[in-house]
Design a protein around this ligand. Sequence first.
Ligand code: T46
Length: 132
Amino acid sequence: MNIEIFNFKIIGDERGSLIALEECKNIPFKVKRVYYSYNMAEKTRRGSHAHKTLDQILICVKGSCAILMDDGTEKQEVLLDSPEKGLLVGKMAWHEMYGFSQDCVLLVLASDYYDENDYIRNYERFLKECMR
Ligand code: T46
């Protein structure tokens, strides 16, 4: 399956490292929303849905977690363990997040505002939509 991982350019000097994210440059869409999750228990599973139209980039800015990507045909696990790495979760990509480290902070850049109607939270329905 087609997994897109972005390796962001690090601007570093003796004071530390800096990464700049710019819409339509190293982020492949216009960013309308940014959110982040943290304080996840190690055994928690989040996500378990797909989006009809939304594109997102997931970045573990601290700690690590695993993302299961599923396009309805194939599944692949991606480890996010560096603030230098961004995973594109495009439209109609079923995704589940788990294996959170205690210090995990998962930052998400999204191409649109929050809209519950854009979610497909039922896996059978997701598979049906994939076959259309
Ligand atoms: C996604 C993954 C990576 C809002 O009110 N506004 C928001 O912008 C978001 C993202 C969520 N919410 C509400 C909706 C729920 O009542 O916050 C609650 C938790 O959301 P959810 O259960 O969808 O959280 P995750 O971590 O399972 O999924 C989130 C995003 O919702 C989702 O779009 O792709 O992170």
